[in-house]
Design a protein around this ligand. Sequence first.
Ligand code: ADP
Length: 406
Amino acid sequence: MTATRVLVLNSGSSSVKYQLLDMRDSNRLAVGLVERIGEENSRLKHTPLTDGGTSRERTEPIADHAAALQAVAEELAKDGLGLDSTELAAIGHRVVHGGQSFTEPTVVDDAVLAEIERLIPVAPLHNPANLTGIRTAQALRPDLPQVAVFDTAFHTTMPESAARYAIDVETADTHRIRRYGFHGTSHAYVSRATAELLGRAPEDVNVIVLHLGNGASASAVRGGKCVDTSMGLTPLEGLVMGTRSGDMDPAVIFHLMRVGGMSTDEIDTLLNKKSGLIGLCGDNDMREIRRRIDEGDERAKLAFDIYIHRLKKYIGAYCAVLGRVDAIAFTAGVGENAAPVREAAVAGLEQLGLAVDDELNAVRSDEPRLISPADARVAVAVVPTDEELEIATQTYALVHPAGKNI
Ligand code: ADP
């Protein structure tokens, strides 16, 4: 019997999200989440999708990632999906920062672990947690291939002109400062799915992908390869996000230090956790912001306008970067659900060939779909992202190159 299951793990500092997929048909067998690891009130929510999909919850202290994965394994075993099964082909791990070293998904060995560790200074919040996840999974199934799928990999095709900041080259190189970009798994998946929606090969299509979740990033994809993206050395740069500022004059930081007397950590927290939509209006959920706007709330309206203004600037910039644009794809929580954001983002951009059809834009669906008028020069699409499926697909392709032909 061929092993066809892939477990996808997304390990954060105090959480683990997981999905078990059967790659014969990309079917999800179970999904779940362990949160508040290391606290008294840890919680595991597990949903088997094989029959009925009734969720089970466990609230008990879960001391560390090893205990978390053990608890996940127990829940999966109850559904006959145990991680000791010979049907498990590999474990795919989301790893946030692969620097310039990792341009593709990679089977983990000691050298790979050492390199992910070496990158900790550029991803201090994420890579340590990702490493813990890999090591824990290795301990559980030492015989299985563990595959690292990097958020940065899709962006490694960016030309130097887009990836380099205009700062002293030696300083930049010493500290590995450059634009890496994130959400790469999503940008890869969505740009390919957009080409598919248009019935064309990815190599023939230029797409602007707008990944608008709580974190948000834009990318310019030419013929299937990323040529620019809005996040930078860290996920802080670019669009206005739920809690991150995105672009601003870097001198704001010196000003806050010199004049505001703030510490580096305080400014880090301000810009990453207390800025963006939440900083502007106190809410980071677009549904709540739209509700407040409907009630005439001025602060919510201004936050929305600032969000849209930045989004438009990136659309315009990436039209210029690409020269010819075939499609713009909206994805992630806001992009897939918030019709007013999509409408406002392209409003007034007819000169660039962009427009949305109000009726199509109002349709709610989980399927990839076009929302531009039939005669539009540039297709505007809503393409639901699926990072877990992409990680599973890339993982499976690596350990089972024959892919789905089993
Ligand atoms: P992340 O993965 O970055 O945490 P998601 O892609 O899940 O985020 O997006 C979460 C965000 O999507 C929420 O904060 C909310 O602003 C937005 N969102 C979710 N559903 C809707 C909806 N129906 N209408 C508008 N915005 C929505």
